[in-house]
Design a protein around this ligand. Structure first.
Ligand code: S3P
Length: 437
């Protein structure tokens, strides 16, 4: 087996017991960025030590933040000392690796700092649209040049300057764009606000509240405003497990006969939990066991095998909430009676891969019935899946979704180019193996 390929065969028994998946990726990026701005030191627990989040943390160290491990054996827990709102100019270009979140959020920050910086990334990241953050930041006075071979793409060269507050109407439901504007707004003098066409993950707003910075949020959750400039004071934080990583096991345990699995301390933020609600609508046997709410709701999730899964239609207002879970939801749909409809999801085409094309191609390679649309897919379940050799297109979520599908397929399933699983879920292959032995 080469480093970049992973293979599975049909699971011989159910997935049982308890499992802790790693910390939340979205929250970890934001903790690194806001912690680096803060005055003072904070204990961070359960940070996601994946390539994406470590790149953001290293970038913050380049700006002067300090990271001290509390336990050499566990890099997820550390003491983060911030720069008291005075980051220093990085001496080298900032490597964002594969991470759109890292690059887009950091652009909001770097645009308003008094020095020049440059961010670059891998081939996938350098082909993803950056105009969506450059446009609003330019309206605030930011000077950002997209230097990629593709127009509007990274590397991004940023000539930091004083920013003006704005009101911005987001053209798409994107937490990354919202957060880039809000982070820039932290440094601008006055009130910055955004209007989003649909609710997107609200980790930035919750984390700002954790640090004592008030965001005004409208009753319908679509409008967010804050007053800059702010002063962030460090405060300890524990990051819940990532529901997007848990989603692979929610689907796996739902489709593998005999499963009874409990996922521990998973983030249950209502702007991220649509995967649970959609699976429940499909008849999945899932029980939520919420624990106390520490700024971010979290709890255990018990999931048991469901022999008679039924198709569903994903509502338009659910799309942003489960955008990262659509590849693995599509796998569940292939095991459900009827046709599952996923539309209004054109954003999937500009993720780490074109996830409509890559999901549809891989489902077809395994024998599933899929109709592809510009903005989504319709998947008719019930055909027995067979193993295949498939490309993950260097996309972590495609790799993990189809390894899950392989647990219920005839023969061997192999995913090529799986190295990017480490961008969000280091340890996935070990967890998978533990269920196969
Ligand atoms: C993220 C937001 C989503 C998501 C990404 C993480 C975030 O992207 O797909 O994996 O942490 O803000 P968009 O907001 O651009 O849809």
């Amino acid at each position: 087996m080469s480093d970049n390929r992973l293979s599975v065969t049909r699971a011989k028994q159910g997935l049982c017991g308890t499992l802790s998946v790693p910390g939340d990726k979205s929250i970890s990026h934001r903790v690194a960025i806001l912690g680096a701005l803060a005055e003072g030191s904070m204990h961070v627990q359960n940070f996601l030590c994946s390539e994406d989040c470590l790149n953001t943390l290293r970038a913050m160290q380049q700006l002067g933040a300090q990271v001290e491990l509390l336990d050499e054996a566990n890099a997820a827990n550390f003491c983060l000392s911030g720069t008291a709102m005075s980051p220093q100019a990085p001496v080298a270009d900032i490597d964002c690796g594969n991470s759109g979140t890292g690059m887009r959020l950091m652009a909001g920050l770097l645009a308003g700092l008094p020095f020049a910086s440059r961010m670059y990334g891998d081939a996938s990241l350098c082909s993803r649209p950056m105009k969506r953050i450059i446009d609003p930041l330019a309206l605030m006075g930011a000077r950002i040049e997209a230097q990629g071979r593709k127009p509007g793409c990274a590397p991004l060269s940023i000539d930091g300057t004083e920013l003006q507050p704005i009101h911005y109407d987001l053209p798409m439901a994107s937490a990354q764009v919202k957060s880039a504007v809000l982070l820039a707004g932290l440094l601008a003098q006055g009130r910055s606000s955004v209007h989003q066409p649909a609710i997107t993950r609200d980790h930035t707003e919750r984390l700002l509240a954790h640090f004592g910075i008030h965001c005004e949020i409208s009753a319908d959750g679509l409008d967010i405003a804050l007053e800059g400039p702010v002063h962030v004071i460090a405060k300890d934080i524990t990051i819940p497990a990532d529901i997007s990583s848990a989603a692979f096991w929610l689907v796996a345990a739902t489709i593998v006969p005999g499963s009874d699995l409990t996922l521990l301390n998973v983030g249950l933020n209502p702007t991220r939990d649509a995967i649970v609600h959609v699976l429940l609508r499909m008849g999945a046997d899932i029980t939520l066991m919420p624990k106390s709410n520490l700024g971010e709701p979290y709890g255990d999730i018990r999931v048991r095998y469901t022999p008679e899964l039924k198709a569903t239609e994903v509502y338009v207002e659910e799309i942003a909430n489960l955008i990262d879970e659509i590849p693995v939801l599509s796998v569940a749909a292939a095991f459900a009676a009827g046709t599952t409809k996923i539309r209004n999801a054109a954003e999937l085409r500009v993720k780490e891969s074109d996830r409509i094309a890559t999901t549809a191609a891989n489902l077809r390679a395994m024998g599933a019935n899929v109709e592809e649309f510009e903005d989504g897919m319709e998947i008719t379940g019930g055909a027995a899946l067979h193993g295949a050799v498939m490309d993950s297109h260097h996309d972590h979520r495609i790799a993990m979704s189809f390894l899950v599908a392989g647990l219920c397929a005839q023969g061997e399933t192999t995913l090529l180019n799986c190295e990017n699983i480490n961008t969000s879920y280091p340890g996935f292959a070990e967890h998978l193996r533990s269920f196969l032995s």
